[in-house]
Every structure is written in C-alpha cells, then in structure tokens.
Design a protein. Structure first.
Length: 133
C-alpha cells in the first residue's frame, strides 16, 4: 500500500533525469557514515580544544537542516521551505569545508561527495519547485 506522501511525490512534475528512488537511499547510505565520522571528529576535536568552537558552527547548522529536510519535504510537503533548506545545507557544506580546511583537510575533502550530492539534489528540488508552481 502506497503512502499519501508517495502518491503526492509521484504526482509532482519532475525532470526526466530524476533518479529512481533507490538511488536516493544508496547515496545517503554512503554519505551518512561519512557525515557521522567527519562531524564526530570535528566535535571531538572541539571538545579537546584542538579545533576552535566556531569551526563547528557550520557542521551543527548543516546537521540540523539536513535532519529537517524530510519533515519539511514529505511531512509539510512544502517545496518552498524544502528548497530553502537545501540551499542552507549546500551553503553550510561549503562553509564547513572552508572552516575546517586549516585544521583537518581530510575532513574537508570528505565533504566533497556530500557537496556534489546536495548540489544535484538542490538542482532537482529547484526544478521541481519551478515546475510545480
């Protein structure tokens, strides 16, 4: 039995290059462990005093907005807020890369796949927003 959300999502106008649903699950299955390890490392290094507290701010904002995306998109079904949320996620990834680079370049480098995926997802959500206005 399909959920109300899946019916709503299927009815949205999407670009022809929209990946099948399994691609999203696979991408996040790869990205979440990277996010967990890198964000966790930054947190531990902040607690140890090896990385300044301000470096963790984009990571925290990113985590909160990332967690908020699905409730906004699938719960509220609000394309405007979902698009704004993705833009904040994207911006905080860039900010985090720049902020952490002097302290842990490997953390910055491991954010690149996340940035690429969110760039793709951002273009997709902007397309969906515009096509469904």
């Amino acid at each position: 039995m399909r959920s109300d959300w899946s019916i709503w999502y299927e009815q949205l106008i999407k670009p022809p290059w929209t990946p099948p649903p399994w691609v999203f699950g696979t991408a996040w299955s790869v990205l979440y462990p990277i996010i967990f390890v890198t964000f966790g490392f930054v947190l531990v290094q902040i607690v140890r005093g090896k990385i300044p507290l301000w470096v963790g701010i984009p990571f925290l904002i990113n985590l909160l907005t990332n967690l908020a995306f699905m409730p906004i998109f699938s719960g509220w079904r609000n394309l405007w807020f979902a698009t704004a949320d993705v833009l904040v996620i994207w911006g905080t990834i860039v900010w985090a890369i720049v902020a952490v680079w002097p302290y842990a370049r490997w953390v910055a480098i491991l954010q690149i796949p996340y940035l690429l995926w969110v760039t793709f997802a951002g273009v997709l959500i902007v397309y969906i927003l515009i096509a469904n206005m």
